[in-house]
Design a protein around this ligand. Structure first.
Ligand code: SAM
Length: 241
């Protein structure tokens, strides 16, 4: 997907990028590829692949939840790595208030430089494990939307993400073809952590890149204080009945 095709694909979804926004994606691509020469950020570095598998793929969230396109929501992106999906979402809707949590400080430092170069405001970068950030009053149960792409299996991810969602907020998990299987294994943890599955949507990526599955988990009650457990425990002992 060349930049021009990216603009057209978004326009077909009703998202017309301004020249400033096109330039921001261009700078993002450039920074990603240049920094990747000295720091491991991504294995995807070809321009058409970055535009499809990172930029467009992140923005599929806008197609499945249109509120993200227009509203002034608070969004927490857990395990954002080089900024996906939250930075593309923020470029498209500058009104979003983004908080990024990642346990790798070099990625947070890359994002700090990137956010300055892109001239984005209302972006908070938090270096830490989601298990600890989810206990911190500044962040616990504070967000309208929590999201994560390519971070962990759903039964682990729920413990990293649901504590950050406010009651009446939503955790949107971006998943591949394995979503139904992952959901089956996460049913108990979702319920224990105060969530309820409210919707599931699928989206076919262009160029036969496969299916993206989105699982919408509404926060219907507070997460019990003992969760999330210590760093590493959710992955070692996912919540099961
Ligand atoms: N979301 C990005 C994407 O889709 O390209 C990055 C995915 S990368 C495979 C996973 C990221 O999650 C890494 O940057 C890693 O440091 C971060 N991560 C993994 N476990 C984490 C945790 N418990 N708390 C915070 N960040 C975590």
């Amino acid at each position: 997907m060349k930049p021009e095709e990216f603009y057209q694909a978004l326009a077909a979804k009703g998202i017309e990028l301004s020249d400033t926004q096109k330039k921001q994606f261009e700078i993002y691509f450039h920074e990603l590829v240049e920094t990747n020469k000295v720091m491991n950020l991504t294995t995807i570095i070809e321009e058409d692949q970055v535009y499809l598998k990172h930029f467009y793929d992140s923005l599929v969230l806008d197609f499945v939840d249109e509120k993200l396109l227009t509203e002034e929501l608070t969004l927490c992106d857990v395990g954002s790595g080089a900024g996906f999906p939250s930075i593309p979402l923020k470029i498209v809707n500058p009104k979003l208030k983004i908080t990024i949590v990642d346990s790798l400080n070099k990625r947070i430092k890359f994002l700090d430089g990137l956010v300055n170069k892109l001239g984005l405001d209302d972006v908070t970068l938090v270096h830490g494990r989601a298990e600890e950030v989810g206990k911190n009053k500044l962040y616990r149960e504070q967000f309208d939307i929590v999201t994560a792409r390519a971070v962990a299996a759903l039964n682990i991810l729920t413990e990293l993400c649901l504590p950050l969602s406010k009651v009446d907020g939503t955790f949107i998990a971006m998943k591949s073809e394995k979503a139904p299987e992952e959901l089956e294994h996460a049913t108990y943890s979702i319920q224990v952590l105060g969530g309820k599955v409210s919707d599931q949507k699928s989206f076919e990526l262009p160029n036969n890149e496969g299916i993206r599955n989105f699982i919408f988990i509404d926060k219907v009650k507070n997460t019990p204080g003992k969760y999330p457990r210590k760093p590493g425990t959710p992955a070692k002992k996912p919540l099961v009945k």
